[in-house]
Design a protein around this ligand. Structure first.
Ligand code: G3P
Ligand code: MG
Length: 422
């Protein structure tokens, strides 16, 4: 057991280090050392649905030099997910038109941008929070992944070998969803079934094997069906259709817990946190034990710690390996890391909990629309701050610790002004 655990742990560590090395190589070529970095929330700050908002393409372009080199290390810190990393990176590059070195050509485009985009933040969170325990616990175990997009593909790319999507899982149990016959749509719509072997069904005999853990990777599509089947799996010790004995509930993990988020529709939309409440309410009414679960994603401080580590890896080392003391990564710390978000209870709260060097900036293009300070997770008033001179701004911000402006473009303007970069 110890051997397997160590081997698995080392494998995951190697994978993580490999990613870090890729980023490091990119950073050496592309950026100078910076005393600050930026984490951008996506929904409600950079995009609404698939449309760029708040001058986000221009804002991101300002982080690159004239020659296309990245001047300011940045990454995207989003609670959204369900899309494999490489595809998300190229989607974002298309939507935002972030400038890259022409000599790198099209093939390098996605890879270079990938350097600015971390692995799914909640996975890094799992790794650091549990010191690889979740990875090696479930690496070869049957797990179910649900949510929009391709949750099983996402999980398999993180190293889970026996993962099935809830769509696939449901198809293995006749009549498990009595309403399926009334549904004029299918959850398989829009999936490119040729792109990944996980999109072919079925690969494991799930009708007789117990599910060891459930992961809600992204916003669930068919709440009614998912609540039904998750209640089955979680109440019956991991195998639907069994007698409800006193089997322990398989562990349940949520990638995030956002009650609401900003999508393309003018009003806020219900997020994964709303689904969690719905599932929990139903489960607790029909089961003798309350639902047990763990939520990752922002505002969990581990996410911010991981983001800081990723941003550091985008910086070049300040001295060679031979001068390093044992335990010294050789990577300089940041004076300030800016979190630009639209959701006070997720983005601002997360940055506040993470503490130094995080500095929260709240925009008004998404969940938060208030004229005045947010009561529980406060931010400054835009008009008041933006009219101040650069020197006063600094004093004001240092006193207040957080800041509200209208758009991400204003946020980047503000940051570059504060950091004395034209
Ligand atoms: O489903 C996406 C949502 O929960 C939030 O995404 O980018 O605002 O963290 P983001
Ligand atoms: Mg957001």
């Amino acid at each position: 057991m110890i051997k397997r655990t160590l081997a698995a742990t080392l494998r995951f560590r190697r994978r993580f280090v490999a990613l870090v090395k890729i980023n490091l190589e990119i950073s050496v070529i592309t950026i100078h050392r910076s005393s600050f970095g930026i984490a951008f929330d996506i929904d409600g700050v950079i995009l609404r649905g698939k449309d760029p908002i708040g001058g986000s393409p221009q804002a991101l372009r300002r982080l690159y030099g004239d020659s296309g080199n990245l001047n300011v290390p940045f990454l995207f810190l989003t609670n959204g997910g369900g899309i494999p990393e490489s595809r998300r990176a190229s989607e974002l590059s298309e939507l935002l038109g972030v400038k890259i070195l022409p000599s790198q050509g099209n093939a390098a485009r996605a890879d270079k941008l990938k350097g600015a985009i971390p692995k799914e933040k909640w996975f890094i969170d799992l790794v650091d929070l549990f010191d690889f325990q979740i990875c090696y616990l479930y690496e070869n175990q049957l797990i179910v992944a649900t949510g929009k997009g391709e949750p099983a593909v996402v999980m398999s790319e993180y190293g889970f070998k026996k993962v099935v999507s809830l769509d696939e899982y449901a198809s293995c149990f006749e009549n498990i969803d009595p309403l399926a016959q009334y549904k004029k749509w299918t959850t398989k719509q829009g999936l490119d079934t040729s792109s990944h072997p996980l999109n072919t069904v079925p690969r494991f005999d799930v009708s007789s094997e117990t599910v060891k853990a459930v992961f809600v990777v992204s916003d669930p599509v068919d709440w009614g069906r998912d609540i039904q089947i998750l209640c089955d799996v979680l109440r019956c010790g991991g195998l639907p259709g069994q007698e409800n004995g006193h089997q322990p509930q398989p562990p349940l993990y949520f990638a995030a817990d956002d009650l609401e988020y900003q999508a393309a529709f003018p009003s806020k939309r219900l997020g994964m946190g709303a689904f969690r409440i719905a599932l929990e309410s139903v489960f607790n009414r029909i089961h003798y034990n309350p639902l047990e679960y763990v939520c990752f994603g922002k505002p969990n401080p581990f996410v911010f710690k991981n983001a800081e580590a990723m941003l550091k890896q985008l910086q070049p080392s300040y001295y060679s390996d031979i001068f390093k003391e044992p335990g010294d990564s050789g990577l300089p710390s940041f004076k300030t890391l800016y979190m630009i978000g639209d959701n006070p209870s997720v983005d601002v709260k997360g940055a506040q909990q993470a503490g130094h060097p995080w500095f929260s900036i709240l925009t008004r293009t998404g969940v938060f629309r208030g004229k005045h300070n947010h009561a529980e997770f406060p931010a400054d008033l835009a008009s008041q701050t933006m009219k101040l001179s650069a020197c006063c701004k600094l004093i004001f911000i240092n006193m207040m610790g957080s800041h509200v402006i209208d758009t991400v473009e204003e946020a980047v303007d503000y940051i570059l002004g504060r950091e004395c970069i034209s």
